[in-house]
Design a protein around this ligand. Structure first.
Ligand code: BTN
Length: 341
């Protein structure tokens, strides 16, 4: 279902089909007769059959066993609220989940919903994006069926200057989710790249609606290359890019990945609200290789080279130039020139 057809609700399994799935799952692979389903759900056998058909059309493998009933053999790895919500252990995030087969950009939808008053924890997911937004006005390659493109609405009670802390928070959450779902070891590159073996597998684009003193909402935009194959990457990429499949040699379930990611975001956001950003910043720094390295930073109007001495309280990169002067860099593209000595 395209975004224009269902802007507010996205696509999902119908409520009745969700109940059918719940019955199948309670049977743990067992057979459920058409008669039982029609009694449990209080609908006709024909209605049951129609909903089974709609589930099959979405990719659920349901066997019909003559004169016995139906059996759920496999669920598709498609991003649907019913699949994601089943087994999602979060306190705040994902209470409202919107999934689209295709959209311009999940950040654009989440931003619009947040402006319209969407509650904290609203999550927008798309199977594909036509105009996925990357940092610094770049495009984020978003082919269907393989990756994760999601945006989360948060309403933290913080001033705009502190909003960068949520970028650190989402980077740590992505790194943790990669560790939960693969045996890979992700690293973070300032300000918001997740790398594996030096290649970028995920990027974050946080956008904010704010007044002078107060954040109204933050949209955490997260793109993770899960199962993208080499031939699916655009030719012209500024930095080496990869996917969890290419780095780990195994497909990663998209539903399990988003569940792990929402769980980690939820835990970290709870920690952030109760204790501030100290522990998250410490974990971010421990996962980041940049301090002590010689780097080249390409900013909008200039490029500089120097050694990274730290990250300041605004999330800016501190770079000591060969002259000894320390520069504060708020945004730019970092290339690491030389490993730590
Ligand atoms: C980067 O350039 O590194 C940031 C990429 C962020 C991409 C994600 S995909 C989901 C969300 N929607 C977008 O349009 N962009 C972000």
């Amino acid at each position: 279902m395209k975004e224009g057809m269902s802007h507010d609700t996205g696509q999902d399994v119908t409520p009745l089909a969700q109940r059918i799935l719940a019955i199948f799952r309670a049977r743990e692979g067992g057979i459920v007769s058409g008669e039982e389903l029609s009694v449990f759900l209080n609908v006709s056998r024909t209605a049951v059959w129609k909903h089974i058909k709609s589930l099959k059309a979405l990719g659920y493998r349901i066997d019909a066993l003559p004169s016995q009933g139906y059996r759920l053999m496999a669920s598709p790895d498609i991003l649907l609220p019913a699949e994601i919500a089943a087994g999602l252990a979060t306190a705040r995030l994902g209470k409202r989940l919107l999934c689209f087969a295709e959209t311009d950009s999940t950040n654009m939808i989440a931003f619009r919903l947040a402006e319209e008053g969407a509650e904290e924890g609203t999550v927008v997911i798309a199977d594909a994006q036509r105009r996925g937004k990357g940092r610094l006005g770049r495009e984020w390659s978003s082919p269907p069926g393989v990756n994760l493109y999601c945006s989360v609405v948060l309403r933290p009670p913080i001033p705009p200057v502190a909003a960068y802390q949520l970028t650190f928070l989402s980077a740590v959450a992505v790194a943790r989710a990669v560790e939960r779902t693969t045996s890979l070891s992700p690293r973070i590159k300032w300000p918001n790249d997740i790398l594996i073996n030096g290649r970028k597998v995920a990027g974050l684009l946080n956008e904010m609606g704010a007044e002078t003193e107060k954040v109204n909402f933050v949209v955490l935009g997260i793109g993770v290359n899960l199962n993208m194959r080499r031939d699916q990457f655009p030719r012209e990429l500024r930095h080496p890019a990869s996917s969890l499949l290419l780095e780990g040699g195994r497909e990663v379930g998209r539903v399990s990945f988003i569940q792990a990611l929402l769980r980690e975001l939820d835990l970290l956001y709870g920690l952030y609200l109760s204790k501030g950003d100290e522990e998250i910043r410490a974990e971010w720094l421990a996962r980041c290789d940049i301090v002590g390295r010689t780097v080249m930073v390409s900013c909008r109007d200039y490029t500089l080279t120097g050694t990274v001495t730290g990250i300041d309280d605004n999330g800016a990169l501190l770079v000591r130039l060969p002259s000894g002067v320390e520069e504060q860099v708020l945004s730019g593209d970092v290339t690491i020139l030389e490993a730590k000595g």
